[in-house]
Structures are given as structure tokens and as C-alpha cells.
Write a protein that binds this ligand. Structure first.
Ligand SMILES: Nc1ncnc2c1ncn2[C@@H]1O[C@H](COP(=O)(O)OP(=O)(O)OP(=O)(O)O)[C@@H](O)[C@H]1O
Ligand SMILES: [Mg+2]
Length: 371
């Protein structure tokens, strides 16, 4: 899919902006603080209904203004579509093809966007919490149902922990919580296992090409429950049931729920060595890129069209070889690349690109090029 045009009114430092994008590579350049990230941020607003930088919608309204409007025309699976967002100090309204939507679920899955920023280069090095957040976000993109399951599961974990913390233990209520956790949790396990299996294959293909076939990357699901047997919902439920029983006394003592998908992690191996602990910096970064970008291929497999890719400030962090390899690999994908340092960006021998020069919330120059 690709975004044809974008319109912003009173969005951050843009009073009025209309841009026609290139179907392939869009390079957004300018000095620090001019509004490069603001443009790509507005694209995520139209994709998932919120910014990837903040949860506070009103921060997006231009200083001194009461509301903002943003819209984009895009093409998905050959069909033209339009998304519009209006944010006032009190509320947010979203329209898809001119029709107001009732919930964010109706927006998800229209405009698929993968955002890659410098934090993602730390995905392998970071703690389990960041990797779980990655996993949950990526699965929700292709499966809004997973997002619902997770919300329900987290609600019950919070209630259970609150009960444990209160010190007054109602065992019947704990039983009810455990039963609900088992029901939601087992479905989460199944979906995660399937997702990780798929992503592991794709990430390995990417990783091999980024390392000239020298390294194999393997992603596994790290959990306290045994998922080694072919995953079967009945087995997982049984296993969870036993674990909750086994750990109940220690949960009561520690006032916390120790077992469940909210504690799990990803295992990341290069040539069978745990790259989190034994990998070099470069290996960790490359594995992060492969893992993150595998989402692109997976979305294509699931929905039949490539998502749009945003590389915010990340391209100039890569060496020339990896930049070349990425542009080569991602040539069927519309890309938005922001950089304050365009001389480090080696896309200028690609087939088709546009460069947008940004200065103080305005496009002050456009160059089109390509072979
Ligand atoms: N609500 C707002 N109203 C007006 N201006 C805003 C608002 N929020 C942020 N800005 C301005 O937007 C600019 C930052 O934009 P942005 O983050 O897109 O910069 P950038 O070009 O990506 O910079 P860098 O190269 O440092 O990443 C700042 O000048 C900031 O003052
Ligand atoms: Mg920026």
C-alpha cells in the first residue's frame, strides 16, 4: 500500500501542509526541530488513531489553536481510501472514506504502518518488558482480536494482584480470577506461538541476507510453562492450571502473580548462541533490524499488501552496506525516511525517490530523482 497525499492543519508546527508523496522512497530532511518527525507521526495517527510518541492527543494541536485536522489518501490492495482525523481539546473524531467510525478497532487494519526508530535497534539488548511490548504491538496490528484478549487478560491480572496486595485472601475469588486468566492466557499463548514461529522464519531470511549468509537467527518463545509439545489449547490450560496451583502460596506471600504471558520473553539466538548475553553490539543491532523488519513480510503474508515503512532517524545509524541491502530488500515498499544528516543516506542511486526539505513547519523544496 502507499500513501498518495497528506494534509495537515494546525498539527504541531504545521499550520497548513499539503504533500504529494512518492510511491517509493520519500526522504524528509531538515535541521533538528523543523518538523520531520511530526510528518511521520501524523501518519501513525491515521494508522492506529494515536501518535507513536505520546498518548496525549491534545499535544498534537498547534500551540494556541483549538483543534487540528489531518487527512491522507492512500491505496490499499489497489483501492483508493481516505482517512481523516479531527482532534479538539475535548475529543477525537475519525472518518474512513467519509464515514465516522465508532471505535479504534474499525480503524486498525486500514492503513498498516511499521515504524522503525533508534530505540528499535536496542530491541535485543533491552529487557523482557520491551520485547513483550514489541510482540503485543506487532500481533495487534494484524489481529485486532489479540488486542482485546490482552486487554481482558491484563485487567484480570491487575485485579488479582490488587487482591494479593490487600492481604485479605478470598480463595474463591482467586479461583475465579485463575479460571479467567487460564481462558484468556491460553489463547494468548497459542497466538504468540504461531506468530513467533512465522516471524522467526522471516527474520532468519532477512538476517542471512544482512550477514551474507554467515549467521542464522532463531527466535523462540521463552515462557515458564512448557510449550515444547505441539501447542494444544487443552494442554496449555492444564499446564497453566497446575502452575497457578503450585505457585499460589508463593503468590500470596509475594503479593504478585508470577506465572503467565505477562512474564514471558523472546529468546534470540545467532548460530544457536544467545545473542542477548553473548552477541556483539553489531550482532545485536542486526538481529534487532531483522526482527523488526520481519513484521513487514508478515503483514504482506496476512493481508496481501505491504505496509508503509517509516524509518525515523534510524537510517543514518546504519553503515552503507546495510543501507544498500535494506533499500534493495525493501524496494516494493513505500518508505518515509527522516534524517537531519542526508549525506549519510545512500539511497540516491535507487530507482525512484523524492526529497522533501523541511524548515520551520514548511516544505521549502522538493527534488525528484531516480534511475
Ligand atoms: N503542539 C505543537 N505546536 C507547535 N509546535 C510544536 C508542537 N509540538 C511540537 N512542536 C514543534 O515541533 C518541532 C519538533 O518537530 P519534530 O519533532 O518533527 O522535529 P524533527 O525535525 O524531527 O527534529 P530532530 O531532527 O531533532 O528529530 C519543535 O520545534 C517543536 O517546538
Ligand atoms: Mg525527529
Amino acid at each position: 500500500m502507499y500513501i498518495k497525499s497528506l494534509k495537515l492543519m494546525n498539527y504541531r508546527n504545521y499550520e497548513n501542509l499539503v504533500i504529494d508523496f512518492n510511491e517509493n522512497i520519500n526522504l524528509i530532511v531538515g535541521s533538528n526541530g523543523q518538523g520531520k518527525t511530526n510528518i511521520v507521526e501524523s501518519i501513525t495517527l491515521m494508522s492506529i488513531g494515536r501518535s507513536f510518541r505520546t498518548n496525549k492527543d491534545r499535544e498534537l494541536i498547534k500551540f494556541g489553536e483549538k483543534n487540528l485536522y489531518s487527512s491522507c489518501y492512500f491505496n490499499r490492495n489497489g483501492l483508493d481510501k481516505k482517512i481523516e482525523v479531527v482532534i479538539t481539546k475535548e475529543k477525537k473524531g475519525i472518518k474512513v472514506n467519509g464515514v465516522s467510525i465508532k471505535s479504534i478497532h474499525d480503524l486498525l487494519g486500514n492503513l498498516n504502518v511499521v515504524v522503525f526508530s533508534p530505540e528499535d535497534l536496542k530491541l535485543v539488548k533491552d529487557g523482557p518488558k520491551e520485547r513483550r511490548a514489541f510482540l503485543d504491538k506487532e500481533i495487534s496490528q494484524i489481529m485486532p482480536r489479540y488486542y482485546n484478549l490482552l486487554t481482558s487478560y491484563n485487567k484480570i491480572i491487575n485485579q488479582r494482584n490488587k487482591l494479593l496486595k490487600s492481604g485479605i485472601i478470598d480463595k474463591n475469588l482467586l479461583d475465579v480470577y485463575d479460571e479467567n486468566l487460564i481462558n484468556f492466557g491460553s489463547e494468548i499463548y497459542i497466538i504468540r506461538c504461531e506468530f513467533i514461529e512465522k516471524i522467526s522464519k522471516i527474520a532468519n531470511r532477512l538476517h542471512r541476507s544482512l550477514t551474507s549468509n554467515r549467521e542464522n537467527l532463531k527466535i523462540t518463545y521463552k515462557s515458564q510453562i512448557d510449550l515444547s509439545e505441539k501447542t494444544d489449547i487443552f494442554n496449555i490450560k492444564k499446564e497453566l492450571w497446575n502452575k497457578y496451583k503450585e505457585n499460589r502460596d508463593s503468590d500470596i506471600f509475594n503479593r504478585n502473580t508470577k506465572i503467565g504471558p505477562h512474564k514471558d520473553d523472546l529468546g534470540i539466538f545467532i548460530n544457536d548462541i544467545d545473542v542477548r548475553f553473548y552477541g556483539s553490539q553489531g550482532q545485536q543491532r542486526t538481529a534487532s533490524i531483522s526482527l523488526k523488519l520481519s513484521e513487514i513480510e508478515l503483514i504482506k503474508q496476512e493481508i496481501g499488501d505491504y505496509p508503509v515503512l517509516i524509518l525515523d532517524d534510524v537510517f543514518s545509524e546504519l553503515d552503507q552496506d546495510r543501507q544498500k541491502m535494506l533499500v534493495e530488500k525493501l524496494k516494493d515498499i513505500q518508505m518515509f525516511v527522516t534524517s537531519a544528516d542526508p549525506f549519510h543516506i545512500n539511497i540516491l542511486d535507487s530507482d525512484d525517490y523524492s526529497v522533501f526539505h523541511i524548515d520551520a513547519g514548511k516544505v521549502v523544496g522538493i527534488e525528484n530523482g531516480g534511475k
